[in-house]
Design a protein around this ligand. Structure first.
Ligand code: AMP
Length: 296
């Protein structure tokens, strides 16, 4: 594996078509599953590490985001990365924040309501990665379901010739969706954080028993979340997988999404639903403790 800092170096080092895995670092098994899938393609696997300032509304949140490049490089290499791309802010934003990309309605609901400008920041940085790295394939987690819809919209709207592949959500042993932010959850509220996955799994159970009505599904999930008062739910929605617009009933492929604050840490999670079979995809559970909690 080589470590490079510029788009030009990535293109010069890639000897075959590229599979790209964009990340903000502090890697865990969710990222590793993306990197593993990318490297299985036989393409040159490029992992980018860039904590993108423009997708953080709150600068305190940006500053608090965990960061350890040496740790990330070692994990990426073990997972199958060939080129580890860790650019500076100047490399990614050569003209400052003058040129941006917006994707219209797909970013408006859910995250868009609570994180103004977030998806413009995401779409802009992903467009730069697609333009500068020129991948044939790019891997994203379904954990960020609305982001995946934003990336597909960006790809279609700007005609990037890249295949966008969504990978299942990887969860800790107890069901908590893996996130670099999990390292910020205080020990005192770790158990309370399980309220998010518990609420979604109760929604999934109801859906698998035939419930298609979004209001009924949301009511069940909200009542489960409400049993944990330390968890402050921001939204709980049933949304169309492609457009990320809230829907009244599950008459197309959908996801049930939740965002909540637990001890000051904002977490998101979702489960996917197949409209035809009403089968739900709850992701993959780790069978041992995550590498997130290993000493640096
Ligand atoms: P991040 O570093 O959080 O920006 O995430 C980088 C990529 O990893 C995104 O495509 C995420 O959706 C994906 N990802 C993050 N957490 C998980 C997870 N628990 N399971 C699967 N993919 C994930």
């Amino acid at each position: 594996m080589i470590i490079v800092r510029t788009f030009g170096e990535v293109r010069a080092a890639a000897h075959s078509a590229v599979s790209l895995v964009p990340t903000m670092g502090y890697l865990h098994e969710g990222h590793m599953s993306l990197i593993g899938a990318a490297s299985q393609t036989g393409d040159t696997t490029v992992v980018s590490l860039f904590v993108n300032p423009t997708q953080f509304g709150d600068s305190a949140d940006f500053v608090a985001y965990p960061h350890n490049e040496a740790r990330d490089a070692a994990i990426a290499e073990a997972a199958g990365c060939d080129i580890f791309f860790a650019p500076s802010a100047d490399e990614v934003y050569p003209l400052g924040h003058r040129v941006t990309v917006s994707v219209g309605g797909v970013g408006d609901a859910m995250e868009g309501r609570f994180r103004h400008g977030h998806f413009e920041g995401v779409a802009t940085v992903v467009a730069k990665l697609f333009a500068g790295v020129q991948p044939r394939r790019a891997f994203f987690g379904r954990k960020d379901a609305q982001q995946l819809a934003v990336v597909r919209t960006l790809r279609d709207g700007l005609r990037f010739p890249v295949e966008v592949i969504g990978m299942p959500t990887v969860r800790e042993q107890d069901g908590l969706a893996l996130s670099s932010r999990n390292t910020q959850i205080g020990k005192g509220v770790r158990r309370e954080a399980l309220s998010l996955s518990r609420a979604l799994f109760s929604a999934a159970d109801a859906i698998e028993q035939g419930e298609r009505d979004s209001a009924a599904i949301a009511k069940i999930a909200r009542s489960v979340a409400a049993a944990t008062p330390q968890v402050e739910v921001e939204y709980l929605e049933v949304a169309d997988s492609m457009s990320a617009a809230p829907i009244e009933e599950i008459d197309r492929d959908a996801f049930v999404a939740i965002a909540a604050k637990v001890g000051g840490v904002r977490l998101i999670d979702n489960i996917a639903v197949d409209a035809v079979t009403l089968a739900t995809d709850r992701g993959i559970m780790l069978d041992k403790q995550s590498i997130l909690y290993e000493e640096d």
